[in-house]
Design a protein around this ligand. Structure first.
Ligand code: SF4
Length: 356
């Protein structure tokens, strides 16, 4: 392993040429980043970085430690590291713990939630099961472990369609994301019926407070002001599954975080993608901007996930200092009852079997 020095850390940060990583940031934050990387290497700690993390935090993770929530949890299960720091939100760290119960999973701020997980009233699952006996229940990975434990199968935005189609029967119950459910229902129209909380009333389901901010009017305004006409193969507007149905109907490509990234990668090296707007968390675009410097990305940085933003360099460093000193980690550690781990693991494992 190459030796980590403050000079090398600064060199790496300056080489990134990222608009949000300015010389002022580098000089102020490099000593902290150096200390994080030094302690990470000393204690063989894995730092998982979700695609929505701000670039300076995202860069703490090696390429194989970066990705969407499912890819990161899968990686967590295969690593032999004793400590895993999850730079993302709580349900992601919880999923990593369920898949790796013998490891110590830590998060810089345990209150970093998610509107999809936190705003969902899980009694809705019981009601839907009672009203639709025998219909399998699929739950989005953006949910609490106790809610997953009540369901038959978990899905991510990358595999929801496939998992829904792999479950038996002509109907599927899908919770908690009402906007995603509407989009999935439209996609599976005539093939499989999607039942979700309260149909047109989102009140008893949940929505992503970030993705629902994009309106059709926003997308039309972006087309006009950034000169991204419909049908142009080198200028694209992307949206995440969690956006509103009318937004998905208007954009050029919709999908999960990884599907959007793959399409950008293929177009960048194929037709020569020149301009893109991504209707998703702003820092996702920041990280795409760093990965594909040949593409001009337009951003909407008023659209940030307040939960993701709770994870800070200071928090990550404090965890590593405590590991180094052998201090108490309970403020940061994800702790789940063994019984809950067993029950929540079943629907996650079924998803993994079905998505192989
Ligand atoms: S961006 Fe939306 S789905 Fe992702 S963590 Fe934030 S609130 Fe949850």
């Amino acid at each position: 392993m190459t030796e980590i020095t403050l000079e090398k850390v600064k060199e790496d940060l300056y080489s990134r040429h990222h608009p949000s990583i300015t010389p002022v940031h580098i000089e102020a934050k490099a000593p902290m980043i150096y200390e994080i990387l030094r302690l990470k290497a000393k204690h063989n700690v894995v730092i998982l970085g979700h695609n929505y993390m701000e670039p300076i935090l995202f860069g703490l993770s090696a390429p194989e430690e970066q990705g969407d929530s499912l890819a990161l949890s899968r990686y967590a299960a295969t690593t032999d590291a004793e400590y895993i720091i999850f730079n993302g939100v709580f349900f992601m760290a919880e999923t990593a713990k369920i898949l790796s119960p013998q490891k110590r999973v830590l998060i810089a701020d345990k209150t970093a939630g998610c509107s999809l997980a936190d705003d969902f009233d899980s009694s809705v699952i019981d009601e839907l099961k009672a009203t639709h006996p025998g219909v399998p229940v699929m739950i989005y990975v953006n949910s609490n472990a106790s809610d997953k434990a009540k369901c038959d199968v978990v899905c991510t935005s990358a595999n929801a369609k496939h998992i829904a189609m792999s479950m038996p029967g002509e109907k599927i119950i899908f919770v908690p994301d009402v906007l995603f459910a509407r989009n999935l229902a439209e996609e599976l129209k005539g093939v499989k019926e999607v039942i979700y909380p309260d149909g047109d009333d989102a009140a008893r389901g949940a929505i992503c407070e970030v993705h629902e901010k994009f309106t059709l009017a926003d997308i039309l305004a972006i087309r006009k002001s950034f000169e991204i006409p419909k049908g142009h193969t080198r200028r694209m507007i992307y949206a995440h599954w969690e956006c509103r149905p009318e937004v998905l109907r208007e954009v050029d490509f919709y999908g999960s975080t990884s599907q959007i990234m793959n399409d950008i990668s293929q177009r960048a090296s194929g037709v020569g993608l020149e301009r893109a707007f991504v209707a998703s968390e702003c820092e996702f675009t920041s990280n795409l901007d760093a990965a594909f410097p040949q593409v001009d990305f337009f951003t909407a940085c008023a659209v940030r996930c307040q939960h993701m933003a709770k994870v800070s360099l200071g928090g990550v460093l404090e965890i590593l200092r405590r590991i180094d000193k052998g201090d108490d980690l309970s403020q940061y550690e994800v702790l789940l009852e063994p019984d809950l781990i067993e029950r929540a693991k079943k629907p996650i494992e079924l998803m993994m079997q079905l998505s192989r």
